[in-house]
Design a protein around this ligand. Structure first.
Ligand SMILES: [Ca+2]
Length: 487
């Protein structure tokens, strides 16, 4: 492990990175952007000027007093597969898949994911990039076994403005962030019209930056503390990100402390997910702000997963003494989830030109960006960890993720897909092999930013069709509840 600011191999690395950056600038960069907007450069003024990002928050809409339910959707349209009669065949690959209408969106479609074929935990790439899951390569369509889709969807809040993260209080309140800078709450089933907190300068919301992550203190019930991650303007005019502690009262919240600041930021690649691990520490994903080399510099907070205490201190057992860096070599990770039974940390990450990743995160490990992507292994002199699974030439643009802890899907990992406009259902192999991945709700709701499981087993999805890259439809953006059918 190196605790130095610059790797001893820095000259070689820099040369390689310069080459990589040259290549980068010549090709498309963010898989999410590729998918939705074509080829935009890293600092595209048009993107900077996106009204959805820069204007004042749109009217906090008209969600009628609740159950702020915008009409329960019919099971047939919401739960594809349920009423479709017998056995829905799995479709073997995307090429063969016709455009699916919203109403017909069906779960159980292979994403075409490239799965390295390595046992979970060993992280060694196996299959060639062209490989598909055994399930997807089955010649004969396999009957879908699940008798019934275990959830029924209904919209619980609409007219939201790029909702990014949500958190469930023990008293039933649902707090959530909107990227333009508002912390909001659903209380007794009703969306409170006024935000609990509206961030002001130096807060800045533009591009992919703004008010992003949110996590409640493990002792929230007694101390009312929560934590947020947001972008802000620094004195030289640039953008950085920081983590704040806030205190949430009954009708408003206030900033209580800056825990960590000067996290590299820019218009894009700001990371932004924050979550508490089972160890009680706060984990933070950060992007490399389109400076790929930052991801490899241990001394930079960009392109990392960080780990701090609730006071902003460095845990004594962090891999680099005195540093919040927990793992490095990340491009733009936006998802964190711990597998309940094992306590293993998983993360989702936006790849370059597809090759989106699901990684198993270990303290001190290097996840390779920008030295490797996909199944590449890198040089033998530096251990770089390949992803557990990646999207190959497809694009997920993965963001929030969660493990399911209740009901028939218990143990499954769900990952929200933005450009992919889907919810990925990742089933870990009991034998420790590659996970199988299905796309749920493909194109049904548009861009999905996040998924979370509430204490009562309800799943919540957040759409992000107003984030500047989507096509907003009626009532977007939405918070959609998937109520358990098994209760
Ligand atoms: Ca990687």
């Amino acid at each position: 492990m190196s605790g130095t600011t610059v790797s001893p191999r820095s000259f070689l690395l820099r040369g390689f990175i310069v080459l990589q950056m040259g290549l980068l600038s010549a090709c498309t960069s963010s898989s999410e952007r590729n998918h939705a907007q074509g080829q935009l450069a890293g600092h595209n003024p048009q993107l900077d000027a996106q009204p959805a990002e820069t204007s004042a928050p749109a009217a906090m809409t008209p969600v009628p007093e609740i159950p702020a339910v915008a009409g329960q959707e019919t099971p047939a349209s919401v739960v594809p597969g349920v009423s479709a009669g017998p056995a829905m065949p799995e479709i073997s690959n995307e090429a063969a898949m016709p455009e699916i209408s919203n109403d017909a969106a069906m779960p159980g479609i292979s994403t075409g994911a490239v799965l390295p074929g390595a046992p979970a935990g060993t992280l060694k790439p196996g299959a060639s990039p062209g490989a598909v899951t055994p399930e997807a390569s089955t010649a004969t369509p396999k009957p879908r076994v699940a008798a019934a889709f275990p959830y029924t969807a209904r919209t619980v809040a609409g007219g939201l403005n790029v909702p990014w993260e949500m958190a469930f209080a023990p008293d039933g309140r649902i707090f959530f962030t909107e990227r333009p800078g508002s912390l909001r709450v659903i209380e007794n089933g009703k969306l409170r019209p006024a935000p609990l907190l509206k961030l002001l300068a130096p807060f800045v919301g533009k591009g992919e930056g703004g008010l992003l992550g949110l996590a409640l203190d493990p002792a929230f019930e007694s101390n009312g503390f929560a934590y947020v991650y947001h972008s802000y303007r620094v004195t030289d005019g640039g953008v950085a990100n920081r983590v704040l502690r806030i205190k949430i009262g009954s009708s408003r919240a206030e900033i209580s402390k800056v825990l960590l600041d000067n996290i590299p930021g820019d218009t894009n690649h700001n990371g932004g997910r924050i979550k508490f691990g089972p160890d009680g520490y706060l984990y933070i994903t950060t992007g490399e702000r389109y400076e790929p080399e930052l991801a490899q510099y241990q001394s930079s907070l960009g392109g990392k997963i960080l780990r701090i205490t609730t006071s902003g201190d460095i845990p004594k057992d962090n891999p680099w003494p005195g540093s919040p860096v927990y793992s490095l070599g990340h491009r733009n990770p936006q998802g964190l989830a711990w597998q309940p039974e094992s306590g293993v940390l998983y993360s989702s990450e936006h790849g370059q030109s597809s090759h989106d990743e699901i990684n198993i995160i270990e303290a001190g490990a290097n996840y390779g960006w920008p030295l490797i992507e996909g199944d590449e292994a890198g040089s033998s002199t530096q251990k770089l960890v390949a992803p557990l699974a990646h999207s190959g030439e497809e694009t997920w643009a993965p963001s929030g993720m969660t493990f399911i802890t209740q009901g028939p899907w218990s143990g499954e990992l769900l990952v929200a897909g933005l450009a992919g406009q889907e919810l990925l259902q990742v089933s870990m192999s009991p034998a420790g092999g590659s996970p199988s991945i299905k796309a749920l709700f493909k194109k049904k709701y548009g861009r999905i930013r996040n998924v979370a499981e509430a204490p009562d087993g309800t799943l919540y999805l957040m759409t992000n069709n107003r984030d500047g890259r989507g096509e907003p439809r009626a009532q977007d953006d939405k918070l959609i509840a998937l109520r358990p059918n098994w209760k």
